[in-house]
Structures are given as structure tokens and as C-alpha cells.
Design a protein around this ligand. Structure first.
Ligand code: KG4
Ligand code: ZN
Length: 359
């Protein structure tokens, strides 16, 4: 086997992922253990539980990825692992495992920035040249950046409070959507998208966030608060217990999704204009890449398409499985770094994780 091989390991939040990839981006083997079902039941991620589940699963997940790719550790060229940003207790498990793995097998170690990995995954699927605009929206992230190189990002905006997926998850919990027959296995955002299909998006005209802030930052906590107050009001009017509202849940879902989508679209539009005005995007095939769990929302995608059509950008949304956390995106970032010889550490070097690292 002549191509260099990278093992990628991801444990920054609630997915334990591993993948082996060759230098051309071909996935030889992968494995993913999701904790989402557990966290759905506990009503959110409890870091100590996430840590425990990573600890229980990481050995098996890495072994599965290696076995599925039919290679031995000695054949690897490097191990790439998420070290920032994320939950400290979760990052710690992946890093501890990886450092002992590279020491044992005497392999170089490539520390990976989780957001950079999200932003670059699209390049594994098709040749997207730098610079391009990237929007990351998930349960833990919300940012707009200009990707100028594999380790060169211009941060244009980020959330000032919480991420859109987090807001939708909290509203879904407040509405007890997990007890809803059509939503019991869905994440909060998925449940809201499903119910919104049968709702009136203009029924509750929530105030758009940050109307007077002319930048590319996001805010979703105020919107969540407006939605929660509407739910409380409706519960009082109908004389029902908290979390048992039935009558207008679809309209609430549709109105919230609409406000989230238009907020994301407005900030993205501003970021596009900012980059175009300054000649930061190429004149040929300027591209907006959208990734993260919330990017699988079809209504949000359609709203973004309006922005890209109006500004002459090409909209790229990688398939859902590459938008969410996994070992593949980490392995790919490792491959890109290996190719460019950037950020590769000897196995003797020790390194710490960094929960709050900016892009
Ligand atoms: O990327 P991801 O799997 O994990 C991280 O947050 O890093 O994203 C999960 C988040 C959750 O908040 C979930 O509710 C949201 O993405 N999500 C969605 C949809 N699918 C997942 N939000 C809106 N619409 C969807 N279809
Ligand atoms: Zn992520």
C-alpha cells in the first residue's frame, strides 16, 4: 500500500468516532458511537455521562475502524484527534487514548481543531478551492468564516449566546416533543422541522434577533425566550399543564424555524456582501459551504439558497452524515495537514486539550 494512511479520532461532544482514510480521501473503515439517545432521555448533555460513555466506547470504536479497514497500526502514517474546542471531559478521553496509542505505536500525532475540520470536510467530497465562505450551524456551533487555507480562517461572526440547534432542542424539550408520537426518536431540531411542515410560520411573529446590530454575529437565546413565553401564555389560556400543549405546537414550530432561518440567512447575506465588497471571494465559482446538524434542515437550506442565488454564490451542503460529528472529518483534516506538512507532532511531544479555542 503506497498511499499514506491517517486514523482520525473524534470525542469533542457526544459522538465517539474513528475512521481510517488514505491520502486521497478514501474512507477505508469507520465506526461511530452516538450518545444522542442517552442525552435525549436526560434532557441534555451531562458532561460526566458523556465522558463515561466515551471512555466505555473509544477502544471498541477505534478497533472497529481499524479492523474494517484491514490495516495494522504499524501501517498508519499518523493519528489525528480533535483537541479543541469542545467539552473538556469529552476531549480529554480522545486525547488520552490517542496519546497512549501514538506512543505505543510510535506514530506522529496531528492535533485537530473541530471547527476547522467541519469547515473543510466538503473538500473530501469535491474540489472546493480556497477561499470559500463557510457557515457552521449545529447544537454546539454557530459561526460564519472565510476559509482561506487549511489553517487560515477569518472569523466573520459567531453566536453571542447559544447555537440554533441548542435553542431548538430546548424548545422541543419545553414542549415535551419526545412524547409526541411522530417525534419520539428525533432530535429537537428534527422534531421542529417535522411539525413545522403542518404549521403556519406567520402565526407567531417572533421578533428577529439582533435587528439593530449590523454585523455577522448570531443570537438565539432571546428568540428561545420569546418562544417559551408564547408557550407559557398558550398553556395558561388553554388551562393545560406545562409541556402538554397540543393545539398550536405546529404553528410554534413553524414560526420558530422561520425566524431561525431568516436570522441565519440575514447574517449570511451580510457576510457575503462583506466578502464581495472587499474582493475576498474568487470571481469564478464563489462558494458558500454549509455544515453542522442544523444544515440538514430543508427549510433553512431553501432560505440560504435564496441568498446564494441573489448574490451569485454556489451553495454546497454536504450530505447530513458528513455535516455532523464523526471520525471521518477528523481523518480528512489529518490528511490535509499531512499533505501540507502542517501541525504534525512527534509522538514524544505532549499536548493539552483546549475547550474554548477560537477559530
Ligand atoms: O452537528 P450535530 O450532530 O452535533 C453538534 O451539535 O455538534 O448537530 C446536532 C444539532 C442538534 O441541536 C439538533 O437538534 C440539530 O443539530 N438538528 C437540526 C436538524 N437535524 C439536527 N436542527 C434543525 N433541523 C434539522 N433537521
Ligand atoms: Zn461539531
Amino acid at each position: 500500500m503506497s498511499s499514506r494512511l491517517v486514523l482520525g479520532i473524534e470525542t469533542s461532544c457526544d459522538e465517539t468516532g474513528a475512521a481510517v482514510m488514505d491520502e486521497t480521501g478514501v474512507i477505508l473503515g469507520e465506526s461511530l458511537h452516538s450518545q444522542k439517545e442517552v442525552h435525549l432521555k436526560t434532557g441534555g448533555i451531562i458532561p460526566t455521562i458523556a465522558q463515561q460513555l466515551h471512555r466505555e466506547n473509544i477502544g471498541r470504536v477505534v478497533q472497529e475502524a481499524m479492523e474494517r479497514s484491514s490495516i495494522f497500526p504499524s501501517q498508519l502514517s499518523a493519528v489525528a484527534t480533535t483537541v479543541k474546542p469542545g467539552l473538556a471531559l469529552s476531549l480529554g478521553i480522545g486525547l488520552e487514548f490517542s496519546l497512549s496509542f501514538v506512543k505505543k505505536h510510535q506514530k506522529p500525532f496531528i492535533p485537530i481543531h473541530h471547527m476547522e475540520a467541519h469547515a473543510l470536510t466538503v473538500r473530501m467530497l469535491q474540489p472546493v478551492l480556497f477561499p470559500f465562505l463557510v457557515l457552521l450551524v449545529s447544537g454546539g456551533h454557530s459561526l460564519l468564516a472565510l476559509a482561506r487555507g487549511i489553517d487560515d480562517f477569518l472569523l466573520l461572526g459567531q453566536t453571542l449566546d447559544e447555537a440554533p440547534g441548542d435553542s431548538m432542542d430546548k424548545v422541543a424539550r419545553r414542549l415535551s416533543l419526545i412524547k409526541h408520537p411522530r417525534c419520539s426518536t428525533l432530535s429537537g431540531g428534527q422534531a421542529i422541522e417535522l411539525l413545522a411542515q403542518d404549521g403556519d410560520r406567520l402565526k407567531f411573529p417572533f421578533r428577529p434577533p439582533m435587528g439593530a446590530h449590523y454585523d455577522c454575529n448570531f443570537s438565539f437565546a432571546g428568540l428561545r425566550n420569546q418562544v417559551t413565553m408564547t408557550i407559557q401564555k398558550k398553556e395558561r389560556e388553554e388551562g393545560v399543564e406545562p409541556g402538554t400543549l397540543l393545539s398550536c405546537v405546529n404553528d410554534i414550530a413553524a414560526s420558530m424555524q422561520h425566524t431561525v432561518a431568516s436570522h441565519i440567512a440575514k447574517r449570511t447575506h451580510r457576510a457575503v456582501l462583506f466578502c464581495k465588497d472587499r474582493g475576498l471571494l474568487p470571481s469564478v465559482n464563489p462558494t458558500l459551504v454549509v455544515s453542522g446538524g442544523v444544515a440538514s434542515n430543508q427549510y433553512i437550506r431553501k432560505t440560504l439558497k435564496i441568498v446564494t442565488d441573489a448574490t451569485g454564490l454556489h451553495l454546497l451542503c454536504p450530505p447530513s452524515k458528513f455535516c455532523t460529528d464523526n471520525g471521518v472529518m477528523i481523518a480528512w483534516n489529518g490528511v490535509e495537514r499531512l499533505r501540507e506538512g502542517k501541525g504534525i507532532l512527534p509522538y514524544t511531544e505532549s499536548i493539552n486539550y483546549d475547550p474554548k479555542a477560537p477559530l
